[in-house]
Design a protein around this ligand. Structure first.
Ligand code: FDP
Length: 334
């Protein structure tokens, strides 16, 4: 098997560090370790199904280790790797009720919010799933405060995701460029495969769970019809794709120009998706790539969260259509 050559994730991070003369190296250490966590998780994801077989006769696998669900495995891999990075003071996870504090001796300058395995209800069907993360600078160097994790998304210093699909891909932004890396399984390295990703300006893909139509607020159906109405006999301008795994839907939309909507509705009046672990990091990436993200009431990145597991409506994709949807949502709320 031939091995790729090119810029590795570590080289890319180090080159970016050189453009920040005051950098201490902690951010680079953190990003490198997030790459390591991604490799550990992908190794387990590739064994999905087998883990359950090992677990079928008891609670241990053939190595005698206790069998855990994949989302728990991902959670532990991410937490342990970041704890030992020396760059993180605290973490907030979709899988945990409270903030995970790193002991002072190991603590660094950053706070990370993450969803260890987004889309996990799709694991059994072999659908792409992923890890989403948001990075903040801690506010106080002496103690970790609740306000260190309850931060608006506009204070993120970086965000990204690792998607476990037909290949393992890591996409991250430090707010300047959005860059994509693909894992070469033959040598275990992430290589830069998509430098400076820009989200296409026009919506080519429409992505929404239409099964929820009965619960939608009044603005959603006419908006969807408006977007579909851009097709005519001569030209199909828009198509529909909805995986139901947010990280996979977002990744496709980022590359091809797609609009994803999970509005607040009668079943989820406060929204379904989590502000800290899903909406904020993806909104930060979308904006850095030229797109936009709204809750339906305003910019996602300006939400001031009051709860670690707060939810929100999410409209994310090409700027013009996010703005159009938000305008209709606001008008219908008047
Ligand atoms: P999952 O429950 O499988 O983890 O927020 C999690 C999420 O998936 C998203 O990845 C996905 O877009 C959404 O929920 C799907 O929700 P619906 O089944 O309600 O459409």
């Amino acid at each position: 098997m031939s091995t790729m050559t090119g810029t590795t994730l570590t080289q890319h991070i180090q080159r970016k560090q050189l453009t920040h003369p005051d950098a201490t190296g902690q951010f680079s250490a953190l990003m490198t370790q997030i790459g390591v966590a991604g490799k550990l998780i992908q190794a387990q994801v590739r064994r999905a199904g087998l883990i359950e077989i090992w677990g079928a006769t008891g609670d241990t696998n053939i190595q005698g280790e206790s069998v855990q669900k994949l989302d728990r495995i991902a959670q532990d891999a991410f937490v342990e790797t970041l704890k030992n990075s020396g760059a993180v003071a605290a973490m907030a996870s979709e899988e945990e009720n409270s903030v995970i504090e790193v002991p002072a001796a190991q603590a660094g300058d950053y706070v990370v919010a993450f969803d260890p395995l987004d889309g996990s209800s799709n694991i059994d069907a072999n659908v792409s799933i992923g890890t989403i993360f948001a990075v903040y600078k801690r506010q106080d160097s002496s103690e970790v405060l609740r306000k260190d994790t309850l931060r608006p998304g506009n204070e993120q210093v970086a965000a990204g995701y690792i998607i476990y699909g037909s290949s393992t891909v890591l996409v991250y932004t430090d707010g300047s460029s959005v860059d994509g890396f693909t894992l070469d399984p033959s040598c275990g390295e992430f290589f830069l495969t998509r430098p400076n990703i820009r989200m296409p300006e026009k919506t080519k893909v429409l992505s929404i769970n239409e099964g929820n139509q009965a619960y939608w607020p009044s603005w959603v159906s006419p908006f969807i019809e408006t977007v579909k109405g851009r097709n005519d006999k001569d030209k199909r301008r828009v198509t529909a794709r909805h995986i139901g795994s947010l990280v996979a839907d977002f990744h496709r939309n980022l590359l091809y120009g797609g609009l994803f909507l999970y509005p607040t509705d009668e079943r989820s009046p406060k929204g379904k998706l989590r502000v800290l672990y899903e909406c904020n990091p993806l909104a930060f990436i979308a904006e850095a790539a030229g797109g936009a993200a709204s809750s339906g009431e305003g910019r996602i990145l300006d939400i001031e969260p009051t709860d670690l597991h707060q939810r929100s409506g999410l409209i994310i994709g090409p700027k013009a259509d996010v703005e159009l949807a938000q305008r209709l949502a606001l008008e219908s709320a008047e």
